[in-house]
Design a protein around this ligand. Structure first.
Ligand SMILES: [Zn+2]
Length: 189
């Protein structure tokens, strides 16, 4: 076999192998809006507190998440995909991965933002008085990274009577595995 043909064959083989590995490495997990390589503090199991400067947060959060989490922004009402969302699962802080709410405590408040009557645990949330905009409100922040989440009001349903009014942008949702399985089983039969 001429040497040039051999080289050509080798190159063709190398190229096809490379193509193959490219397709295998293509990102398939788009469940969260976080880039795990970029946001190194994001963890759904690590409960250690996260303390970053706003400058550091700005580098690792998408701009809409940064605006709510660190600048205490408010998303426009009725814009969140979670506002009218009924899947069974867990809501996490989109900035750090801290578990915040279970879907079974979510209710339709009609206020235009995802609403819950109870956080997952006492440590999930930090409460701070907020007297801005001429109102006496209680701000709720993530218990792990202090991201601004929204406010809590006392006009919610039983058993707590509370309404946690939360910006959907700062929520990451994961479907409950067991619930998903049951759903699939039902669909298959
Ligand atoms: Zn957080």
């Amino acid at each position: 076999m001429p040497r040039s043909l051999k080289t050509l064959l080798f190159l063709a083989l190398a190229f096809s192998l490379q193509q193959c590995s490219y397709s295998q490495n293509s990102p398939t997990d788009k469940k969260t809006n976080m880039d795990p390589k970029k946001n190194s503090v994001y963890s759904r199991s690590d409960s250690n507190k996260v303390a970053l400067t706003n400058e550091e947060w700005r580098k690792i959060l998408p701009s809409d998440v940064y605006q709510i989490a660190r600048q205490k922004g408010t998303e426009r009402p009725w814009t969140s995909k979670f506002e009218n969302f009924k899947e069974i699962g867990t809501y996490y802080c989109a900035a750090c991965g801290n578990p915040l709410f279970n879907s079974d405590t979510k209710f339709e408040s009609g206020c235009g933002w995802p609403s819950f009557y109870q956080p997952i645990s006492k440590g999930s949330i930090i409460y701070t008085p907020d007297n801005t905009l001429g109102m006496e409100r209680t701000e709720v922040q993530c218990g792990r990274c202090k991201a601004h989440l929204g406010h809590v009001f006392d006009d919610g349903p039983p058993p707590t009577g509370l309404r946690y009014c939360i910006n959907g942008v700062i929520l990451d949702f994961e479907k409950a595995k067991e619930a998903e399985k049951t759903y699939k089983d039902k669909k298959d039969h």
